[in-house]
Design a protein around this ligand. Structure first.
Ligand code: AMP
Ligand code: MG
Length: 595
């Protein structure tokens, strides 16, 4: 029986397993220098079956450990060793051991032993020993390294146990094709939400998005007003782009034939003009970038790869027929769908519409969002701050995010914590498509949101298993959707990005938007809890190893807007994950892609 295994590292792990006496260590002692020669930096984890010790009685480190130090780290200028007293029942846990490896110092971990783990492994086998095969009951065996006398099914990869070079080839190939496991990627299938329970982020998003009916009103707008709008109809190309086969270089157009030594230069074509007649086999025309390639010609030779003498042209060798020619319709063919309905229009999409000759496009009308803040302590910026009060930040982060999503924002100001004031504000707001408030949704508030909403609409108060942003209210007042976001400013932004954003995008006509997630290597330990999603403010950068790395912005209080200012992404630790060790892969949502 095998035991599930998930690799917590951002580098490949490969096991070598066999019955004892087959020669695992002998092979590894030869394989390690061979892989080093090929540039691979290695870590090795070895499973020992007995109560081993690496220290020697009499050494200081040994004596201090025996005196009761649970961890003993000895270091010199050439190496260090950490010894940990960690008695467990059964086998040591490989994921825990792997998390001790410094993944930025090595490219791969070789594991000797741990035969029962569902770890990708190479099996070592010697027929002479008369032992059974491991691969027969373990799907994680990638290949069997054996000798000539061993019979294997044709489907099982075979390696020669005595050919270290070939085994090294196999390992290099494994490393080059290895990809980090997606085990920690937040789930895409979601169990439906039950009422009154604590929801996962994915369940909350799903329940909200299911309630959204996309807007149907369409308007035709000119190119200048399309930025941020959502296309309501497919844009079918009325033309070929490019319209004519044209040159991608300044040079000469001709029908290339390696047997022709001299072409006669018969004229010149500029962009926006036409040569007027087909070229003969031995003719060439001088041509500018973007100018139509005359009929008969198939190739453009850059000017610097030619010599001209007395009206005759010679080409340097190495010409490929068809080079530097842009074919008519190669970007977009006439009649092809250039953009699909549901596409949000940015600079590139608007440019594409213009290049097809469209002066207008049919788009959905903008969603209207009404925003207000609650709380007697919340004050209007610009006015003197009363004692014990804070300035309203949330109305402005919400308005800015909604505007960035192409919405029209109606600002209802700060509503005092009284039933009458709230009833009036919410009734007035219900003509909008979406109403968003902040504050007053956590337990123990002097808040009237719950009472008022229960009277004039339908509302759910959810606890979302996330940090920050645990309380969330979601419901409807007439046809308007209502979001009651938490009060803390970071919680407001995180909940908007995770819950309000997908709803606004669906409302606006976008299809199936999902927050982008990229894997990055965590440069520090991160703490979380199984069952809770953690949204840390992070800074990602490209490391010297060519991979994305991320660290937090520092203190993560849910009231600290400064952490959002310093960050360029959210680090998402999924509900399936506990603590993250340095070097382990986490997922990030870059702000540039998020809003
Ligand atoms: P509440 O959910 O109303 O208990 O608010 C939680 C925290 O967020 C409290 O410290 C509030 O003072 C703060 N808060 C509430 N509304 C705002 C706002 N509009 N701007 C900034 N902070 C707020
Ligand atoms: Mg409040």
């Amino acid at each position: 029986m095998t035991v599930p295994f998930s690799n917590p590292l951002s580098i490949p792990v490969l096991g070598f397993c066999a019955y004892s006496g087959t020669g695992k260590t002998t092979l590894l002692k030869q394989l390690i220098p061979e892989l080093n020669r090929r540039g691979l930096r290695l870590a090795v984890i070895k499973h020992a079956h007995h109560n081993f010790d690496v220290d020697i009685p009499g050494k200081d480190s040994y004596e201090m450990r025996k005196a009761g130090a649970r961890q003993m780290l000895v270091a010199s200028h050439v190496r260090w060793a950490l010894m940990t007293e960690d008695a467990v029942d059964g086998d040591p846990q490989l994921p825990h051991l792997l998390a001790q490896i410094e993944a930025d110092k090595v490219d791969m971990v070789l594991v000797e032993g741990f035969k029962k783990l569902e770890l990708p492994k190479i099996e070592l086998h010697r027929a002479a020993h008369g032992k059974p095969f491991i691969y027969e009951h373990d799907d994680n065996i990638l290949a069997v390294a054996c000798c000539d006398d061993t019979q294997l099914p044709a489907t099982m990869a075979r390696l020669d146990l005595n050919n270290v070079g070939a085994i090294a080839d196999y390992v290099m190939d494994y490393v080059n094709h290895w990809q980090p496991a997606m085990a920690h990627r937040p789930q895409t299938t979601v169990a439906p939400a039950q009422t009154n329970q604590t929801l996962t982020v994915a369940q909350g998003v799903q329940a909200i998005v299911d309630c959204v009916n996309p807007l149907t009103e369409i308007q035709s707008l000119p190119l200048q007003q399309l930025a941020g709008k959502v296309l309501a109809q497919d844009a079918i190309s009325p033309v070929n782009v490019p319209q004519q086969t044209n040159s991608a270089m300044d040079g000469f157009a001709l029908a290339y034939d390696a047997n022709i030594e001299n072409y006669q230069i018969v004229g010149e074509v500029l962009a926006g003009h036409n040569f007027g007649r087909p070229l003969l086999a031995t003719e060439a025309v001088r041509i500018m970038t973007g100018a139509p390639v005359p009929a008969g010609a198939d190739t453009v030779i850059p000017k610097e790869l030619t010599t001209e003498q007395a009206g005759q042209l010679q080409c340097e060798p190495g010409v490929i027929v068809g080079q530097h020619v842009r074919l008519a319709g190669e970007d977009i063919r006439q009649g092809a769908t250039a953009l699909s309905a549901g596409q949000r229009l940015g600079a590139a999409e608007i440019g594409l519409l213009a290049s097809l000759g469209f002066a207008n496009a049919n788009v959905y009308r903008r969603p209207v969002i009404a925003v207000f803040s609650t709380g007697d302590e919340v004050s209007q910026p610009g006015e003197p701050l009363k004692p014990d009060c804070i300035y309203d930040a949330n109305r402005f982060t919400i308005s800015a995010m909604a505007t960035a999503l192409g919405c029209e924002v109606v600002d209802l100001g700060i509503i005092e914590d009284s039933e009458a004031a709230l009833t009036q504000a919410l009734t007035q707001a219900a003509t909008a498509d979406v109403i968003i408030s902040s504050g007053g949704v956590s337990v123990g508030n002097a808040d009237y949101i719950k009472t008022v909403l229960a009277k004039i609409g339908r509302i759910n108060f959810w606890r979302i298993n996330m940090r920050p942003g645990r309380p969330l209210a979601f419901g409807q007042i007439n046809d308007a959707l209502f979001f009651g976001l938490p009060g803390n400013p970071v919680a407001v932004m995180v909940s908007f990005l995770q819950f309000v954003q997908p709803a606004l995008r669906k409302l606006a006509g976008e299809h199936q938007w999902q927050a982008p997630l990229l894997p990055a290597i965590s440069d520090q330990p991160l703490s979380s809890r199984i069952g809770r999603s953690e949204f840390l403010r992070g800074v990602y950068h490209l490391g010297h190893d060519g991979r994305l790395h991320v660290s937090t912005t520092g203190p993560q209080g849910s009231g600290m807007l400064n952490s959002m200012v310093k960050a360029n992404c959210l680090i998402v630790i999924d509900d399936a994950d506990d603590a993250i060790a340095p070097g382990q892969i986490v997922y990030i949502q870059p702000f540039a892609d998020l809003l």
